[in-house]
Design a protein around this ligand. Structure first.
Ligand SMILES: O=C(O)CCC(=O)C(=O)O
Length: 357
């Protein structure tokens, strides 16, 4: 049943995209969620050269103040980024009936479908997605029965490189908090099961009346995002509002996720972000969703807590947290909070009233 609902929404999306927004009742998000125009603020998302001797300090500062930054000199070969982008383009260019052969199953996470956060929104988003958890073979074989191996090779190589970068970033992020990877045993001994999320945002005839991906935080430790050269990603910064994260050739965007928020006891707040659509350009992004091994309990690091700074969150595994997020969406972080903030204000992850749902 749920699969049919999902499939129906994809077909509906396809009809919507074909007919054009003028001929169909506009199903973008409501006025309160239209892009705010304060993204033309002088504030810019930090760009950090990972070969800079001060990289650790810069990463720490960016995590504290923004929760998002871009990295250059990250070690991921440029041609692999291009191959990944080409693989994504090839996938989304397939006929809808073909893509639906690899549709996400009712309770599954992998496969083709509408944005997974769609369930929390009454209106359709102007995007389609493909999620890969574990091996891509099963779904790729359905998409290209005779020619799937190239796609799979690119995915596997991409995941390998992303894993190396995620480890490097974790080490910088923890290091800037005075914590080593050895202090966090699972970080060095156990491998996690990350997900790869491919997103496609077709050109939209009336971009001010539609949303590519509504505002959300990621249920990860960190997310590494590659975007093509079409702008669309926006991050929310307290006191500033929505800020565009411009595509920089070869750079990767790093988001702090909810689990790092918990691990850092709120010192590194997870970032609220969304994707806008473009009138003429197709946009594509690939998100590497990195978390801990699924059975490991994540709680505020003991080095960061004391009597004055009590742990703000209870221990939670990644799989438990994903379940919580699937139920409570933007209230998930608050729902695992142990005590109110000492200053009496709302959890920063409640984003001070910014509407996400
Ligand atoms: O397309 C983007 O820039 C954002 C993607 C994203 O937020 C996600 O996949 O969760």
């Amino acid at each position: 049943m749920a699969q049919w609902k999902d499939t129906a929404r994809v077909l509906e999306f396809s009809a919507f995209a074909r007919k054009g927004i003028e001929k169909v009742k506009v199903r973008g998000l409501g006025d309160h969620e239209l892009p705010s125009h304060n993204s033309s603020t002088p504030d810019q998302v930090p760009v950090i050269n990972l070969e800079d001797p001060n990289a650790m300090k810069l990463v720490g500062h960016a995590c504290k103040t923004w929760g998002v930054f871009q990295v250059t000199n990250h070690g991921v070969p440029t041609n692999l980024l291009q191959q990944m982008e080409a693989a994504g383009r090839k996938l989304f260019a397939l006929p809808m009936q073909q893509k639906l052969k690899a549709a996400r199953s009712p309770n599954g996470v992998s496969g083709y479908g509408v944005a997974r956060i769609s369930a929390f929104f009454p209106k359709l988003m102007w995007s389609e997605g493909f999620t890969i958890v574990g091996s891509p073979y099963e779904h790729a074989r359905k998409l290209w029965p005779n020619r799937y191996s190239r796609f799979c090779d690119v995915i596997e190589e991409y995941k390998e490189e992303m894993n190396k970068l995620a480890q490097k970033l974790m080490s910088l992020m923890l290091g800037s908090l005075g914590v080593t990877m050895e202090d966090v045993k699972w970080a060095t001994t156990q491998r996690s099961c990350p997900a790869l999320q491919l997103n496609s945002y077709p050109a939209c005839p009336d971009p001010d009346r539609a949303m590519g991906l509504a505002a959300h935080t990621d249920s990860t430790l960190l997310t590494i995002l590659h975007q093509n050269n079409t702008s669309g990603l926006q991050a929310h910064k307290e006191g500033t509002g929505w800020v565009t994260v411009p595509p920089i050739p070869g750079a990767l965007v790093i988001n702090v996720g909810d689990l790092l928020h918990i691990l850092s006891n709120g010192l590194y707040p997870s970032v609220l972000h969304r994707a806008m659509v473009n009138r003429t350009q197709h946009r594509l992004s690939v998100a590497y969703l990195y978390g801990p091994p699924s059975n490991v309990e994540i709680s505020p690091l003991s080095k960061l807590t004391d009597q004055v700074h009590p742990p703000l969150y209870r221990a939670v595994t990644w799989s438990e947290y994903l379940g919580t997020k699937a139920k409570h969406f933007n209230k998930a972080l608050s729902s695992v909070r142990l005590c109110g903030p000492l200053n009496g204000f709302a959890d920063t992850n409640d984003h001070n009233g910014v509407r996400v749902g």
